[in-house]
Design a protein around this ligand. Structure first.
Ligand code: HBI
Ligand code: FE
Length: 276
C-alpha cells in the first residue's frame, strides 16, 4: 500500500525516499543492491571523518558501542546489525524511506523497532543535509540502542508518544525527543560529552555542542525542556544535560498527563530563552 509521503520541517522539496515501497507501517526492506559504489564511498568517508572526531567529545558509552555497527568502509546491512542488536537489547532496525508520521514512528519505537532511512546523501551534501539520511540514523542513533538503559528509554519514549498523541501533546513530547535522543549532552567522568544523534552525526555540531561558549547548557528538566522550542536547520542555542542514562529513564517514569496540563497554561520558550 503506497503511503502518503510526509515532509518534516524541510522546504517544499519532495521527500527523497521512495514511499511507494513502504508498507502500511511505513517500513520497507533495505534494498542493498540499489546502493552504488558512490553511496558506499560516501558512507566510508562520513564514517572515517566522524569517528576521528569522537574522542573527548562523544559519550564513552557511544564510543564503546560504535563497533557494533560492523562495516566501516561500506553501508552496513541492516540484518547484519540486527544479528548483534536483537540479542543485546531486543531492538531491531527496520528500513523506512525517510521521515514518517508521528504515530507510526512512536508505534515502531514502542515495539523496539528503530526506523532507519534507507538512502544516503549525495557527495554534494557531504557536510550538511536537512533530512536524516542513513548515516545520521545508523551512525547517530543505532550504537546507543546497544546500551540497555538508553534502549529502555527510547522504547518508553515511543510508548509515551502514543499516549501524547491521544492528549494532543505531540509537539511538547517531540521537544523531549529533540533535546535528548537528538541533541542531548551527558556529564561523564571525563567531562561533558554528547549522546544525541543529531550532534554525534554532525562534524560541525559535535565540537560546538560540547566546547563552544555560545550556547547555554541547562540541566534536563522535564517541564523546562518541553516548553523550549528547538531549531530545525541550525545548531541548537540551548542544550540540556543529564548525569546518566538512568536519570533520563527515571525521569520518564512519571505519567506525563499532568505535566502536559500544567504546560498548556504556560507560554512556550524560545530556543535561546535564558535561565532555568
Ligand atoms: N521519522 N524516520 C523518522 N525518524 C525520526 O527521527 C522521526 C520521524 N518522524 C517523526 C519524528 N522523528 C519526530 O517528530 C520526533 O520528534 C517524534
Ligand atoms: Fe534522528
Amino acid at each position: 500500500m503506497a503511503v502518503e509521503p510526509v515532509v518534516y520541517g524541510t522546504s517544499e522539496r519532495p521527500p527523497r525516499g521512495d514511499y511507494a515501497r513502504a508498507g502500511a507501517d511505513y517500513t520497507c526492506p533495505q534494498d542493498y543492491a540499489r546502493y552504488t559504489e558512490q553511496d558506499h564511498d560516501t558512507y566510508r568517508r562520513l564514517y572515517a571523518r566522524q569517528s576521528a572526531l569522537l574522542p573527548g567529545l562523544a559519550s564513552e558509552a557511544f564510543i564503546a558501542a560504535l563497533p557494533s555497527l560492523g562495516a566501516e568502509d561500506r553501508i552496513p546491512r541492516f540484518e547484519d546489525i540486527n544479528t548483534r542488536l536483537k540479542p543485546a537489547t531486543g531492538w531491531e532496525i527496520v528500513g523506512v524511506p525517510g521521515l514518517i508520521p508521528e504515530v507510526p514512528f512512536f508505534t515502531l519505537l514502542a515495539n523496539r523497532k528503530f526506523p532507519v532511512t534507507d538512502w544516503i546523501r549525495t557527495p554534494e551534501e557531504f557536510d550538511y543535509i536537512v533530512e536524516p539520511d542513513i548515516f545520521h540514523d545508523l551512525f547517530g542513533h543505532v550504537p546507543l540502542l546497544f546500551n540497555p538503559v538508553f534502549a529502555d528509554y527510547v522504547q518508553r519514549y515511543g510508548q509515551g508518544g502514543l499516549k501524547a498523541d491521544h492528549l494532543g501533546a505531540c509537539e511538547m513530547l517531540s521537544r523531549l525527543y529533540w533535546y535528548t535522543i537528538e541533541f542531548g549532552l551527558i556529564r561523564e567522568a571525563g567531562g561533558l560529552r554528547a549522546y544525541g544523534a543529531g550532534i554525534l552525526s554532525s562534524s560541525g555540531e559535535l565540537p560546538y555542542a560540547v566546547q563552544s561558549p555560545d550556547p547555554q547548557r541547562l540541566p534536563l528538566q522535564l517541564e523546562r525542556t518541553m516548553r523550549t522550542r528547538y531549531k530545525i536547520d541550525s545548531f541548537q542555542e540551548t542544550y540540556f544535560v543529564i548525569d546518566s542514562f538512568q536519570d533520563l529513564f527515571d525521569m520518564t517514569a512519571a505519567d506525563f498527563a499532568p505535566v502536559y496540563e500544567r504546560l498548556r497554561g504556560l507560554p512556550e520558550l524560545a530556543a535561546n530563552a535564558s535561565g532555568n
